[in-house]
Ligand binder design. Structure first.
Ligand code: HEM
Ligand SMILES: [Cu+2]
Length: 548
């Protein structure tokens, strides 16, 4: 099979109409539906972000009152976390890419996969309904005892998150079994592409940590509805217990977000440097190491909660240890780029942004992990800047890189490279403008989640709001470019970037059942055997071309 084989029947044309999509068992269609839904919630969360930033343009009231403000930042956080970034890369690109990259026809349990998507939709409906019923104002962390006493719709929102948790668990189970059981001949563990190693490590966390969140939210609902004292001190409960339960999930959850993003990075950096990935095993095993360590550091969210000093010191030390496998990855990526022939195509621009922004996000985490500095920085804008650098500068940027990388494969169309680069540039500028000033005002004491602020913080807030508007423009350019490509884009070749992983061996878009027969898996980073063929505008295996 090579780039020029035209395949008449592809997964997009295989069956038409709403039912053929909504009840499909094809992992590719499920991936596309996730992508559309997740992107929708990214836009919704972004809309809330614009409201927050506009409100913060001036001290005191700008466009809304303080109660509404509390609801808007909670919705922003909850939508971004539960509906966008946790499902994010695994549900959309993992579903689409994993089986094809592995050389399989589908995931191990296609029906369970469809159920995951339907649960996602149901969870999303609960969340949207709860917005209409009187949006939650607790912050996305639902801390007790406020969350059991506020009059807003905590129950429907947390039920939504509970249901979304099952969607995530089922996806994790599916990916683990698929990677264990469905590898074609030749696909040994040492030939598993690094994106799949990352999804595999992520799946372990999804399966082991998510149930804890589910139970915690159920306990919260029980306390709220039946008045049974679990967390509320007035009822004899312990609010710090809630924080332990919550962060026992939610810290590993940040690795559910970042590990797949790191997996995307490994693919992009090798392909766009036209070099074999450096330190394959180190990158692969560090994903697993991160997954394991992620379970041991949750207490760093609670340094100021009255936790014992010894506990604090242990959690602080363990937190620093996560830096080791993370740095292993970053140094291996840099070594991959060293003396490579780097091409600055749109996906690579996102990859380079990731390196810088995630670097800043990660390093500022050290200030929060260190006890002496965290006491000062806790609950200030420094934290807000830190987690946006990791989640948005890291995960969202990698999501956008993945979207531009796999778009030609998913939809069979090339987007405008010029517009793609422009959007990537605007995202980078807008992002830094929005969030860098938050480090400064945070270190000067501007608290997070506040509606009002001292006049002296205003210049920083104005900069931040301007940055947010630049980001909004960037997203319009980005979405316009991709949507335009669906109608007007040049037809994509099978392998436009010259990647050696298996999904690029089948046509763009892939046929309904991916591979007629199991493909032969080789080294996924051996790019030497691919040569550019001008007549199709993509890469073909050297042998196929010489044979032609
Ligand atoms: C358009 C870009 C974005 C802007 C302008 C923005 C802005 C903000 C602002 C101003 C806050 C409130 C800070 C506070 O007072 O504590 C906030 C909170 C938050 N943001 Fe964003 N954000 C953006 C994108 C994202 C993304 C992509 C994510 C995650 C994927 C995210 C996750 C969160 C979370 C979890 C919170 C905490 C909410 C809470 O305190 O309960 N944001 N954001
Ligand atoms: Cu954490």
């Amino acid at each position: 099979m090579n780039g020029s084989t035209a395949v008449a029947d592809n997964y997009l044309s295989h069956g038409r109409g709403f039912r053929s999509w909504f009840f499909t068992l094809d992992h590719k269609r499920i991936g596309v539906m996730y992508l559309a839904s997740i992107f929708f919630f990214l836009i919704l969360g972004g809309f809330f972000a614009m409201l927050i930033r506009t409100e913060l343009l001036t001290p005191g009231r700008t466009i809304m009152d303080a109660d509404t403000y509390n609801q808007v930042f909670t919705l922003h956080g909850a939508v971004m976390i539960f509906l966008f970034i946790i499902p994010g890369i695994p549900a959309a690109f993992g579903n689409f890419v994993l089986p094809v990259m592995l050389g399989a026809k589908d995931v191990a349990f296609p029906r369970l996969n469809l159920l995951s998507y339907h649960l996602y939709v149901v969870g999303a409906i609960f969340s949207v309904v709860s917005i209409l019923l009187g949006a939650v104002d607790t912050g996305w962390t639902f801390y007790t005892p406020y969350s059991t006493t506020t009059h807003t719709s905590v129950v429907s929102m947390t039920l939504g998150a509970f249901i979304l948790g099952f969607s995530s668990i089922f996806t994790g189970i599916n990916f683990i079994v698929t990677i264990h059981r469905m590898r074609p001949p030749g696909m040994s563990w040492n030939r598993l592409p690094l994106f799949l190693w990352a999804l595999y490590s992520t799946a372990i966390i999804q399966v082991l940590a998510t149930p804890v969140l589910g139970i915690t939210l159920l306990l919260l609902i029980v306390e709220r509805l039946l008045g049974i004292g679990i967390f509320d001190p007035a009822l004899g409960g312990d609010p710090v217990l809630y924080q332990h339960f919550f962060w026992f999930y939610s810290h590993p959850a940040v690795y559910i977000m970042i590990l797949p993003a790191m997996g995307v990075m490994s693919e992009l950096i090798s392909v766009f440097s036209r070099k074999h990935i450096f330190g394959y095993k180190a990158i692969a095993y560090s994903s697993v190491a991160i997954a394991v360590l992620s379970f041991l550091v949750w207490g760093h969210h609670m340094f100021t909660s009255g936790q014992s000093d010894l506990g604090n010191m242990i959690f602080s030390a363990l937190t620093f240890s996560v830096a080791i496998p993370s740095a292993i990855k970053v140094f291996n990526w840099l070594a991959t780029m060293y003396k490579g022939s780097i091409r600055l195509d749109t996906p690579m621009l996102y990859a380079l942004s990731f390196l810088l922004l995630f670097g800043i996000g990660g390093l500022t985490g050290l200030f929060l992990g260190a006890l002496a500095t965290d006491v000062h920085l806790h609950d200030t804008y420094f934290v807000v800047a830190h987690f946006h650098y990791t989640m948005m500068g890291g995960v969202l940027i990698a999501f956008l890189g993945a979207m531009h990388y796999w778009w030609p494969k998913m939809f069979g169309r090339m987007y405008s490279e010029k517009a793609g680069r422009l959007a990537a540039f605007l995202v980078f500028v807008g992002f830094n403008l929005t969030f860098f000033s938050q480090f400064v005002m945070g270190s000067q004491g501007m608290p997070r989640r506040y509606y009002n602020y001292l006049d002296r913080f205003q210049p920083y807030h104005v900069l931040s709001t301007i940055g947010a508007y630049v980001l909004a423009v960037a997203f319009v350019v980005l979405a316009g470019n991709l949507i335009h490509s669906l109608f007007r884009g040049r037809k994509a070749p099978a392998n436009p970037w010259g990647s050696a992983t298996l999904e690029w061996m089948c046509a763009s878009p892939p046929p309904h059942d991916n591979f007629a027969e199991p493909p032969e898996a080789g080294d996924p980073y051996d790019l030497e055997h691919l040569v550019y063929d001008e007549s199709i505008g993509g890469y073909v295996p050297r042998t196929a071309r010489e044979g032609a």
